[in-house]
Design a protein around this ligand. Sequence first.
Ligand code: CUA
Length: 316
Amino acid sequence: MDALNDLFLPPAKSTLASQTDTLFWFVHLSSLALTIGLIAVIVYFVYKYRRKSEDEVTPLITHNNKLEVTWSVIPLILVLIVFGWGYQVFMNQRVVPDDAYEVNVTAQKWIWQFQYENGARTTGELHVPAGRPIKLVMSSNDVIHSFFVPDYRLKQDVVPGRYTEMWFNAPDPGESIVYCTEYCGTDHSNMLANIIVHEQDDFENWLAENAGGASKPDDMPPAEWGKQIAQEYACSTCHSADGSQMVGPTWKGTFGSEEPLADGSTVTVDENYIRESILEPNAKVVEGYPAVMNTYQGQLNDEQINAIIEYIKTLK
Ligand code: CUA
């Protein structure tokens, strides 16, 4: 089984992944065995019962109770086994252990954000301790996304206006990729995140260092902090800092410029316009760009918004 796994499946990096794999191979290999057996019998019968002479008459067989019961009961047993087994594996995945460490997940076009019990936040990176059940409480700010971790054999829809849950336990430190598997627009295929599994001690340290990341470290210039926030909140997935064309307007050289709006008027890119664009992105959309950005109201405080503005000012 291990050899098959290595050949066909991504590495199994959670405590439950191998349960899914074993069931998968059972369904797969028993289907394969039945298919091969069936084809062999068909080929054999076609040959054995071929028409041998012009006046040969086919015997009339109306039914055969023994055979009919056999080919009904064997598949029935197989299906019941798959049902019972599948139910067990499914329940193991759905019932969250009581001592699970909880992380909040927010999906938004086209980023994954994570918030930890001590207030730390990350975007695009989920940090967790090894060997401990992790419960994810997930919701979306806009459309339906889906949180898929092939290494854990887990997938869960993330829906606006309600919470969905999933849990996993990754026994070994390492990294796994999260994919969005519900089509959600332009950058759906780039809506990725990394799960970083730390040793328990490393995780505690990481958590302590990143606690309450919403205020500026003392000795850091605001523009530098703004750059860090722009990366943390994944602004850079849609806005380049080097003038290259992405989903949204580039930040390079934008400050102080005059930009055309969709309604034919123009706007000067100053502090007020940038602030408004962060809090009410679709109020004044620069012509030629889609109105797809979500508000960061409630996610970025004034100090953080000011830092981003300072950062944009430095991109001349
Ligand atoms: Cu989010 Cu696709």
